[in-house]
Design a protein around this ligand. Structure first.
Ligand code: ADE
Length: 414
């Protein structure tokens, strides 16, 4: 068996079933997997994947392994790891260093173990792997050809590193591809966040006041689906353009301090810290539900909640209830971690199909082209190819421009 640090290898059959299920709903990755299996583009290369370790990620890891790479996986969040999926990967010959609920210390140990592998290529989600490589693990930095970043928070961190002149290798910002954020961030987050909240709370959304904080692509999806579930949606924003967008999409906008006393659900999705804090908790309704969908668990101030509360009870799996001295209770879901992954299975398979096809193609692009250190976009051909292959897989056709139309669009004269 390959080297690993996991919970229990006996969970592998259950994990394999989960992987088999998503595989039958990921046609773009299936097609790419067939091509890669034939051509073995990653032969002799070592790839470390630091993503949410659930079934779709598992399938990506297997595809890369079948494309010739030696693969190691590590979690991008200790509460999103599914131990059975990780066991299935180890059984299939993928190194894995992760278990559900790893402490901060264990999480760091796992990241370090994965880096001991000496990767040529990396896939990161949120930037922890890149950050460690440029900090304590500079010993393996020179080996890295480059990598891909999955999410908005990670891309922001990479851009900050590049601006400072510290980013030592090229990173492809997969998050910023159109085939990624238009679908994954909007429809993926929109659906999976409500899936996580609903399966955790088992409460009705229709008729409730839902406060969505942050109106980026993810926030737009969450607000759109809240409306579809019959909620009255309030959006809180700091950006006047996005606030106007929310308004014209049909939502109420107001500062959080005004939304706090009326909200039944609060969902943070800003990428920032201390977004909901003491001043807001103090005026919230009894039984308000607090959920975070941003990458880190810093958006809802847990320290403020702990300071305000007399005591805390786990009232249901993934719900911590903070009992305040005035008799009100506030319910925090999934310990303030990404609710769709820590209390759910992440985005739907068909959505991750596109995102992970972009990841695999971008790794190949990095390998074939000598890119400068910095943050690179996904090439347009890869972006539209992924969208095209998905349409083909669905048996759908679209129109083509005529030569006359192409010429017309390229011209400027009257
Ligand atoms: N599954 C694997 N990675 C994910 C991500 N970044 N967001 C949602 N679901 C995922």
């Amino acid at each position: 068996m390959v080297e690993s640090m996991i919970k229990d290898i006996n969970l592998a059959p259950q994990g394999q079933k989960k992987i088999d299920w998503v595989k039958s709903h990921m046609p773009v990755l299936n097609k790419l997997g067939e091509e890669f299996q034939e051509n073995q583009p990653f032969a002799g290369k070592k790839i470390v994947i630091c993503l949410h370790l659930e079934a779709k990620t598992g399938y990506l890891a297997l595809i890369l392994k079948n494309s010739g790479a030696e693969v190691a996986v590590v979690a991008s969040n200790p509460l999103s790891t599914q131990d059975d999926v990780v066991a299935a990967l180890v059984k299939a010959g993928v190194k894995a260093y992760a278990w559900y609920g790893a402490s901060d210390e264990e999480y760091r140990l796992h990241l370090n173990k994965a880096l001991d592998f000496g990767p040529d290529l990396i896939v990161d989600d949120g930037g922890d792997l890149v950050s460690l490589l440029h900090g304590d693990r500079k010993d393996v930095l020179n080996n890295v050809i480059g990598g891909c970043e999955e999410t908005t928070t990670g891309v922001l961190r990479l851009k900050a590193m590049h601006k400072e002149g510290t980013l030592a290798f090229p990173m492809v910002a997969v998050n910023d591809a159109l085939s990624k954020y238009l679908f994954d961030n909007r429809y993926g987050t929109g659906q999976s966040v409500w899936d996580g909240i609903n399966r955790t709370t088992n409460l009705v959304v229709a008729g409730k006041n839902v406060v969505v904080i942050g109106y980026g692509w993810c926030g737009k999806g969450v607000a759109m689906r809240a409306k579809g579930l019959g909620a009255k949606v309030i959006v809180c924003e700091v950006d006047p353009i996005k606030a106007n967008e929310a308004l014209m999409d049909g939502f109420k906008i107001m500062p959080l301090i005004e939304a706090a006393p009326v909200g039944d659900y609060f969902i943070t999705i800003t990428g920032n810290k201390s977004v909901i804090r003491a001043e807001h908790f103090k005026v919230m309704k009894d039984q308000a539900i607090l959920a975070n969908a941003g990458h880190f668990d810093v958006e809802i101030s847990k320290s403020d909640l702990n300071e305000l509360a007399e005591y805390v009870v786990e009232v249901r799996k993934n719900i911590l209830q903070f009992q305040l001295p005035d008799g009100r209770s506030l319910n925090l879901l999934a310990d303030g971690r990404l609710v769709n992954l820590a209390a759910g299975d992440g985005h739907p398979a068909e959505i991750m199909d596109m995102s992970f096809a972009l990841q695999a193609q971008s790794l190949y692009y990095l390998l074939k082209n000598k890119l400068e250190p910095g943050v690179h976009g996904v090439p347009e051909e890869i972006d539209s190819k992924v969208a095209q292959v998905r349409l083909e897989a669905l048996g759908l056709k679209i129109d083509r421009l005529t030569p006359e139309q192409i010429e017309y669009l390229a011209g400027w004269q009257l």
